[in-house]
Each structure stands twice: as structure tokens, then as C-alpha cells.
Ligand binder design. Structure first.
Ligand SMILES: Nc1nc2c(ncn2[C@@H]2O[C@H](COP(=O)(O)OP(=O)(O)OP(=O)(O)O)[C@@H](O)[C@H]2O)c(=O)[nH]1
Ligand SMILES: [Mg+2]
Length: 617
């Protein structure tokens, strides 16, 4: 039914990282994620293009190297193309490496001629002094060729005009070749692609290869890892420095709203218990989550996306590949860990880029050992208070905090390696698969788009999720903090029951209870601890880190408690969204449970060791 209203269905196909999603976004005005590395898109996305009074359905397919290939992430694209449901296929190719892209193009053309070649990245080709004889290419391929620069939208109108003509002209033949086994051998496509490239592409050989020179430093054995660590520390330094003041402002502003809201609820005639529950419970937790989380996320995500757009993420994977191979797992896991830094659920889904089933499972089960953004703010606060040991806002404090945070991430990655090695020696036996990692060209980041995209799609998404979870969790903890059983509240009874065990691992009952109640979202753990410490079950206004320091010290916190908290925050069961995502991605509750138990065992063991050493000392 829905199909009938469209003038045609158009598919965007091509090799990975050639700009398909960028074309898709420009034509549909949607916001499909783009990124300068292969495998950014892993599922098909649909959008609508309005052109010349007509409406077309546009499908963005994951990148595919060849229709022969058997990579899981490419299945969706292959199945779609072989189903022959598109009225026209826009084959997007990278003008800077046409020959390689032509292999896939020729495979598509052996199935259908209802295609247009979108010769994308023409700006980069021009910079590299690559020129392409477009009429000759059209003649050789037998389909229209449209040069484009999708990043600026140049050429896309012409592309749509060509597509429209093609869709209207239904007579163009399509070969009913649905089974890849019927294809001629890959070598024949490779040979033909080489021939066509020789005839149509000219390159000025005098232009030096800038990317190779940069890679000689950034991916070298000697400098690669130190530069990588310095860059990560720089991102954390900028995040911590920039987030400090806005966090305080937001906190003042949001807690200041509590009084008028209080008055409003009283004026509406609500009973006291309802007022207390909504304001002292829901609003105050919400205010604290937003003020603690929003500023660092609003800085971290754009900076991280910038590294992604420049093309640095695959270089990180390249630098760490040999380390991951030693742990008997695959270097592509590093890319999924990078995705996990933002949100572990996204990291788990991102594991689809790993081809081998065994390696993918290892990557999924260990993904939560890098801290997601829900855990960063609490870790940063505790580092500043207990490890750096001062709340004074100076460059030195921020630098020390950034270096400590980098060390926390290193611990996370190290334990990921340990866990991967253990898994590959036990329940996921085997050797790491060989894989093909493409280092994309360095590209200038599109700063404006990065800011909009990371604020809207990432920051707001994570924040909204936290808010949706924080307010109800605040209500719940208020309730258990105020329901009396005998002379104690439910909160003190639960925390008291957990206390003996928690003390063994350097925590206390309230902290452990907060981790348990924080299952829906990690970002609410610290607010829950604070609420628990206040006998009224009400969250007080924490405007400054020094207020937090006083409250924690009053409840017996030392630097050992902070270290154990950070370790347990790094290694414990994933949040509910990530657990559900693990179950969905592995198709099994058993693996989800392993994904919960494994990091928790690590956390308990490490905290126990740290606590025991501190007692001995
Ligand atoms: N300079 C330049 N960069 C472009 C152009 N088109 C896309 N890009 C950049 O190329 C990178 C890859 O773009 P995507 O649209 O994610 O590529 P894709 O083909 O969808 O990639 P996969 O989903 O991994 O297959 C991004 O960093 C884009 O900003 C262009 O015409 N010029
Ligand atoms: Mg894409």
C-alpha cells in the first residue's frame, strides 16, 4: 500500500566509506550517521526524497565490497540488491580510487542496467590531481555518470534529474540473476575494472601522498601509541576543563527551580507526601543528573566525532591490532570499544562489523569494560576529589584529572584484553580471524555538522534516556527512603543487608544498593548514593564538588573507597539497555547473563584486592 504512493524506489549502494549516507542525508534531509571509516552504516535506512513534485523512497545500504563477499554486515545490502526491488540503483563510488570501486559497480551492472553512477568525492579527487573522463566512463559502463561532492551537495540535483529520467523509462532491462553463485568469477570483474580505470582515469604522479606521510608517524610502532594516548588525554582535558563552570551554573539554575515548583504544587493543593515525592525525589535527582551529565557530554561527543570524521578511529584499531591479537582476539574490536566509549549499547550493536562469530561474541561480552558516558561524570568527580585531591579549578588540576581518566580507560582496555584472552581459552576457544581494515583518507572534519549531529543525536539521546530513568528512580528511592518498617526506613534496611559484603570490596551498603538501583542507567548511581546518605531520603543541592567532598567524607569515604568505586563502576553488570541489546545481538539469554557476570566478577575481585592491600598497609 505504502509502496504505491512512491514514484519509485531508489537504492544507494557502493563500497564502504564512499559517502552513501552523506548523499542520503542531503537528499532526504534526514540525519543518518556518517563517519570516516568503513562500516559506519550496518543496517538499511529508508527515507523520502521529494523531487520535481514526485516522491521517491530512498534506501541507504551498508557498504559492500563485492556481492561475492560473506561478511555479515554486508548481508543486508546483498539481500536487498538481489531482491531486485529497486527501480533504480545509485552506485556511489569514490572518485579517488575508482578502480577498486568499479569491481562492485560491474557486479551490479551484471544484474541490472537500471543504475546511475554517482562519482562522489570529486573535491578530494581534484585535490589529488585525479581527473576522470566522464563521457568515456559512461560509454564503457553503459549507464549515466554524475560527478558529485555530496559533502557540499554539488551535483546532487543533476543526480536526481538523471534518476527521475531513469525511473520514468521503465524499459531498461534487468537481468534476473538472483544467485551470486551464477556470477562470473571475481577475477573477471577485477580485470575489467582495471581496464576501464586505465582508459578513463589520469593521475598527476607529482602530487605527494600526504596521508602516507602522516600515517608514517601516527601509525608507527614508536610514536603511534604515545600519540594516541596523548590525543585521548587531550580530549578528556578539554572535556573536564570546559564542563566545570557550565555544570555549576546548570546546578544553580535547576535547583533554584525547585522552590517555585514546590510552591506551585502546594498551591494546586497536592498532599505533602506527593509534593515531597515529586520535588525532593524526582526533580532533585533529575536536576543533579542533568547538571552533572550535560556539559561533559556536550563537549566530549563533538570532540570524539571530530576524531572520527578526521579518520583517526581506524588508526587506533591499527595501532592496537597486535596487542589484541596477542589476547587472541581481533583488532576490529578496538573500533567497537571506541563506539562503547559513548554508549555501550551502541558499541554492542557496532560489533556487527566483526565478521567471525567467535570474535564478535568476545567483543560483545567485553564491550562494557570501557566506561560509557553515563559513567564518566561520576568517575571524573571522584578522580578530582580523591586522586587529584583538590577542587581548585586550575589547569594543573584538570591536567592531572585528564591523565588519571586516561589511566582509567587504559585499565578498562587492559581488562578487556584479559577477559578476551580468558574467553578465548575457555568458552570461546579459537584463533582470531584475519580481517581487512581499511585506513580511510584523512578528511577535514565538517565542524558545523559535527556539533549539530553530536549534540542532537548523541548528547540529547543519552540525556533524554537518563532523564526518563532518573526521575522514576528518584521517586522510587524517595519512597524506599521514606517508608518506615519499625524504626528504620526500607532504604537503611536494604543498605544494611548489603553492607557486610560491600565492606569486603571497599564499598558500603549504600553504594552497592545505588549500583543495583542504577541498573536502568549508570548516570544515576552517584545521585542515588547521595540521596541514600541523607537520612531524610532527600537529595540536597550539590552545587560544588567541595560540597560533595564533605558529604562523602562524613560517610566514611577515603581515597580507597573512591578507587574501589571507580573500579566497580568500570567493571559491573551493564545497564538494562545494554543487557537487552546483548540479548538481541546474541539471540540468547545465556550470553546476556555471561555479559553481566563476567565484568561483575572482575569488579568484585579487583575491589577486594585493592581493599585488602589497603588494610594490610
Ligand atoms: N570531502 C568530502 N567528504 C565526503 C564527501 N562525501 C562524504 N564525505 C565524508 O566521507 C565520510 C564517509 O561518509 P559516509 O556517508 O558515512 O559514507 P558511507 O558510504 O555511508 O560509509 P559506510 O556506511 O561505512 O558504508 C564522512 O566523513 C563524510 O563526511 C564528499 O563529497 N567530499
Ligand atoms: Mg553509511
Amino acid at each position: 500500500m505504502a509502496e504505491r504512493i512512491f514514484a519509485g524506489k531508489i537504492a544507494l549502494a557502493g563500497n564502504p566509506n564512499v559517502g552513501k549516507s552523506t548523499v542520503f542525508n542531503a537528499l532526504t534531509h534526514l540525519h543518518q550517521h556518517t563517519g570516516n571509516w568503513t562500516g559506519k552504516t550496518i543496517t538499511c535506512a529508508n527515507g523520502i526524497v521529494r523531487w520535481n513534485g514526485k516522491t521517491f523512497c530512498l534506501v541507504d545500504l551498508p557498504g559492500t565490497y563485492a556481492l561475492h563477499s560473506h561478511v555479515a554486515e554486508e548481508d543486508a545490502a546483498r539481500e536487498f540488491l538481489q531482491s531486485n526491488t529497486a527501480d533504480c540503483i545509485i552506485i556511489v563510488v569514490d572518485a579517488t580510487c575508482l578502480e577498486r570501486n568499479l569491481i562492485f559497480t560491474l557486479q551490479i551492472l551484471s544484474m541490472t542496467q537500471r543504475a546511475v553512477l554517482c562519482l562522489n568525492l570529486m573535491d578530494e579527487a581534484r585535490k589529488k590531481s585525479i581527473s576522470i573522463d566522464v563521457p568515456a566512463l559512461e560509454k564503457r559502463l553503459g549507464i549515466p555518470v554524475v560527478p558529485c561532492t555530496a559533502a557540499t551537495g554539488k551535483g546532487l540535483d543533476h543526480l536526481m534529474e538523471t534518476v527521475e529520467t531513469l525511473v520514468e523509462n521503465n524499459s531498461i532491462k534487468t537481468t534476473d540473476q538472483k544467485n551470486v553463485t551464477e556470477f562470473p568469477p571475481l577475477s573477471s570483474f577485477v580485470h575489467a575494472a582495471e581496464q576501464i580505470a586505465v582508459e578513463t582515469v589520469t593521475v598527476d604522479a607529482r602530487i605527494p601522498d600526504r596521508d602516507r606521510k602522516i600515517d608514517a608517524i601516527l601509525t608507527s610502532r614508536r610514536y603511534g601509541i604515545p600519540i594516541m594516548l596523548a590525543l585521548i588525554a587531550l580530549v578528556f582535558f578539554l572535556t573536564i576543563t570546559g564542563a566545570n563552570v557550565p555544570s555549576e551554573w546548570l546546578s544553580y539554575l535547576l535547583f533554584a527551580c525547585a522552590q517555585p515548583l514546590n510552591d506551585l504544587i502546594t498551591w494546586l493543593g497536592a498532599p505533602e507526601w506527593l509534593r515531597a515525592m515529586l520535588i525532593d525525589g524526582g526533580w532533585n535527582v533529575l536536576a543533579s543528573v542533568v547538571s552533572v551529565m550535560l556539559p561533559p557530554m556536550a563537549i566530549f561527543f563533538p570532540l570524539f566525532t571530530c576524531l572520527e570524521d578526521i579518520g583517526y578511529l581506524p588508526r587506533i584499531a591499527f595501532n592496537l591490532d597486535h596487542v589484541f591479537c596477542k589476547a587472541r582476539t581481533c583488532g576490529k574490536q578496538v573500533l567497537t570499544l571506541c563506539m562503547g566509549l559513548g554508549c555501550n549499547a551502541a558499541g554492542v550493536v557496532g560489533c556487527r562489523i566483526i565478521d567471525s562469530e567467535r570474535d564478535r561474541m568476545i567483543a560483545i561480552l567485553t564491550n562494557t569494560m570501557v566506561p560509557c558516558n553515563g559513567r564518566f561524570p561520576a568517575i571524573i568527580s571522584l578522580i578530582t576529589l580523591f586522586i587529584v585531591g583538590t577542587t581548585q579549578s586550575s589547569a594543573k588540576t584538570f591536567l592531572l584529572a585528564a591523565i588519571s581518566l586516561t589511566c582509567v580507560v587504559i585499565v578498562g582496555v587492559f581488562m578487556t584484553l584479559v577477559a578476551s584472552w580468558l574467553l578465548s581459552k575457555t568458552i570461546l576457544k579459537g584463533m582470531p580471524s584475519a580481517f581487512f581494515l581499511e585506513l580511510p583518507p584523512y578528511r577535514r572534519p565538517q565542524v558545523g555538522k559535527i556539533i549539530v549531529r553530536s549534540l542532537r543525536d548523541r548528547t540529547m539521546f543519552v540525556l533524554l534516556r537518563a532523564v526518563c530513568v532518573a526521575a522514576p528512580a528518584g521517586l522510587l528511592i524517595w519512597c524506599i527512603g521514606n517508608i518506615q518498617v519499625g524504626s528504620d526506613t526500607l532504604l537503611t534496611i536494604f543498605a544494611g543487608a548489603l553492607d557486610p559484603f560491600a565492606r569486603y570490596i571497599g564499598l558500603d551498603g549504600m553504594i552497592l544498593l545505588a549500583f543495583i538501583l542504577g541498573f536502568p542507567a549508570n548516570e544515576i548511581v552517584i545521585p542515588l548514593v547521595l540521596m541514600g546518605y541523607l537520612s531524610s531520603g532527600t537529595l540536597v543541592e550539590i552545587n560544588q564538588l567541595s560540597d560533595l567532598a564533605v558529604l562523602l567524607a562524613q560517610n566514611g569515604w577515603t581515597s580507597v573507597t573512591a578507587v574501589c568505586f571507580i573500579l566497580f563502576s568500570l567493571f559491573h553488570w551493564p545497564c538494562s539497555t545494554t543487557c537487552l541489546t546483548i540479548r538481541k545481538e546474541t539471540g540468547s539469554t545465556k550470553w546476556m547473563l555471561i555479559g553481566m557476570i563476567l565484568p561483575t566478577l572482575f569488579g568484585v575481585t579487583l575491589c577486594f584486592i585493592v581493599h585488602s592491600i589497603s588494610v594490610l598497609l
